[in-house]
Ligand binder design. Structure first.
Ligand code: SME
Length: 157
C-alpha cells in the first residue's frame, strides 16, 4: 500500500473526521499492536506538521515504556505521576500543556518543544498507554484537539 497525501482542513470537525478515517485506513485491518501504533503515530504526525514528536508510551508495570513514535530519540521510561505523560496516566486524564516550561516536572526530550498534549488510551476500563504529542509552537493544542484526539484514539483500544 502506498501512502496517498491528504490535505487536512482547518475546520476542527472536518479535520478530526479525516484523521479518524486515516487511522482506520492505516490501522484498521492490522491486529499486531506495534504495527498499529507505528502507523497511528505516522498518520497523526502527517496531520500535525508542527508536531516535532508524536508517539506512544505504554504501561509496563509501574512505568510507562516508550512505544512506536515519530521524532527524535526520547526518554524510554517514565514513572507514574512523572512528567506530562506520567501525570496523564496517574490522573487518568488528558493533559493540554500550553507552555511546557510552566509544567512542574515536565520531562524535556527536545528543547524545541513549546507545548504538549497527552491523551490516555483506554481498554476494558483501564489506561494501557498514552498518546504524546509535542509541538514547536506555543499553545498549539486546544480543547478541541483534546476532544478530537480522545475520540480518535478510541479505535486503538
Ligand atoms: N515531555 C514528556 C516526555 C516525553 S517526550 O515529550 C517525547 C513528559 O513530560 O512526560
Amino acid at each position: 500500500m502506498s501512502y496517498i497525501e491528504v490535505d487536512y482542513p482547518q475546520q476542527k470537525d472536518a479535520f478530526y473526521a479525516l484523521l479518524e478515517q486515516q487511522l482506520a485506513l492505516y490501522t484498521g485491518d492490522e491486529t499486531n499492536e506495534t504495527a498499529r501504533l507505528a502507523n497511528a503515530s505516522a498518520v497523526i504526525a502527517q496531520a500535525f506538521p508542527n508536531a516535532n514528536w508524536v508517539g506512544f508510551y505504554l504501561v509496563d508495570g509501574e512505568q510507562l515504556v516508550l512505544g512506536p513514535f515519530q521524532g527524535k530519540p526520547a526518554v524510554s521510561r517514565i514513572g507514574c505521576g512523572k512528567g506530562v505523560c506520567g501525570t496523564a496516566w496517574k490522573e487518568r486524564k488528558s493533559q493540554v500543556v500550553r507552555d511546557v516550561s510552566c509544567f512542574a516536572g515536565h520531562i524535556a526530550c527536545d528543547c524545541n518543544t513549546h507545548s504538549e498534549i497527552v491523551v490516555p488510551l483506554w481498554r476494558d476500563g483501564a489506561v494501557w498507554g498514552v498518546l504524546d504529542m509535542d509541538s514547536v509552537e506555543m499553545g498549539a493544542f486546544t480543547e478541541d484537539d483534546r476532544i478530537g484526539l480522545e475520540r480518535a484514539v478510541r479505535a486503538l483500544g
